[in-house]
Ligand binder design. Structure first.
Ligand SMILES: [Zn+2]
Length: 408
């Protein structure tokens, strides 16, 4: 695989203006400034691809420093998932950038009766984002949010009576709606559109949809709390393939990891080579719509179980690699009969860098929920040390972020 972008090089001019402005914003963040040393110019897509990628912790650090505020209207704060460290916050202005989405993707129209079944509250953005899109379409909106197990049948009866034509939610929640309808023998013959966002499409959903609402088709959005909506698809596209919006630049590296750069100057989050942990590739969509599409191949953020808790290896590595003098880091887990006896962060350092491994160890331990919890009673089993060489695959020469070893 090689580097590829959702935009051809000749179309990148204005896009790079926004990337440069985000680079300047990120350089003002004291904790991140050193990693951008030497990144003075971003004149081409190739130079953009050479910038260090951002992960969630980096954006959280940047946003805590920048505290962005919308030019007009209100500034909304949302929280994204994540099992390590403190809650991750994302910002968005009134409208959630959905006017830009609606300019290219119109699953709803004025005649629709739309059920917004994304959960509302607890600082999650999806319900409000979908409400923004529905608002722009001029349709009728039924804001249901999440319901409890014993409420499905009554609500489904209400939807049938209201001749609901569209419903939206995460695929897991949509599965509950369609499974309950099927089990209760309720059909929704007027339903034609199923909007989804937040997870990969689940093929089992189509089976229940075929019984409950035979005319319904899926309309997907791909994005995150940090990037907002990156791309969309229609019933003519494969469920894992999305058309990036013009205000988003998608890059697939040789490792097939996707990163995203906003091209929207109004974007509050400084999204510059932001990695969601999704793997993918730039491709053509079989629907025939011109332009480059992205195929999402699923999560590859190397979450590994450590004493029953998920450890985000890439986040630990990224944090270690932010340390001045560290050129590369790797997580080495030692196990005995499947249980982690030690977790080590191995560091390749520049000669004479004098990296303070004990301070870095304390910082990583304190900032990583999985490590501080898993090693609560034996914190000395989490170590950070410098090495002459990281552990590499002898055959391919690849050096993974994670190596797991059985204790001999
Ligand atoms: Zn398509």
């Amino acid at each position: 695989m090689t580097e590829s972008f959702s935009l051809p090089p000749e179309a990148a001019g204005a896009a790079l203006d926004v990337a440069r402005s985000n680079l300047q914003r990120l350089k003002t963040v004291p904790e991140l400034a050193s990693r951008y040393t030497g990144c003075e110019t971003v004149g081409t897509l190739g130079e953009l691809a050479a910038l260090p990628p951002l992960v969630k912790d980096d954006l959280n650090t940047a946003l805590a420093h920048l505290e962005p505020k919308a030019e007009d209207g209100a500034t909304w704060l949302f929280q994204s998932g994540g099992s390590t460290g403190a809650p991750k916050i994302g910002y968005a202005p009134t409208g959630f950038y959905m006017a830009g989405v609606a300019a290219h993707w119109q699953p709803l129209d004025r005649d629709d009766v739309f059920v917004n079944a994304w959960g509302a509250g607890r600082m999650w953005g999806a319900h409000f984002l979908a409400a923004g899109l529905a608002d722009l379409s001029g349709c009728r909106i039924i804001a249901v949010g999440s319901v409890t197990r014993d409420e499905y049948a009554d609500w489904l009866g209400f939807f049938a009576a209201r001749r609901v034509t569209a419903i939206g939610g995460t695929p897991s929640v949509l599965r509950l709606w369609f499974a309950h309808a099927r089990a209760a023998g309720i059909t929704l013959p007027a339903l034609r559109k199923v909007l989804w966002l937040g997870e990969a499409w689940q093929p089992q959903l189509a089976e229940d949809m075929a019984v409950v609402a035979p005319d319904a088709q899926r309309w997907g959005m791909f994005g995150s709390t940090e990037t907002w909506v990156v791309g969309t698809n229609t019933p003519d596209c494969p469920a894992d393939t999305f058309h990036p919006l013009p205000e988003q630049l998608v890059h697939a590296g040789p490792d097939e990891l996707l990163d995203f750069t906003t091209l929207n100057p109004a974007m509050l989050n400084p999204v510059l080579r932001y990695r969601t942990g999704d793997a993918g590739r730039i491709t053509e969509c079989p629907c025939g719509r011109p332009g480059r599409a992205m195929q999402v191949l699923g999560r590859r953020d190397s979450v590994v179980q450590v004493r029953g808790l998920g450890l985000h290896v890439d986040e630990v590595v990224a944090r270690a690699e932010q340390e001045p003098g560290v050129s590369r880091a790797q997580v080495l887990i030692t196990e005995q009969r499947g249980r982690a006896t030690a977790v080590e962060v191995l560091l390749l350092t520049d000669p004479d860098a004098g990296v303070d491994t004990e301070r870095l160890r304390k910082e990583v331990l304190a900032a990583t929920f999985t490590l501080s919890t898993a090693f609560q009673h034996d914190p000395e089993s989490f170590r950070v040390r410098t090495v002459d060489a990281l552990v590499s695959n002898d055959r391919t020469g690849k050096t993974a972020n994670l190596v797991v070893r059985e204790e001999s």
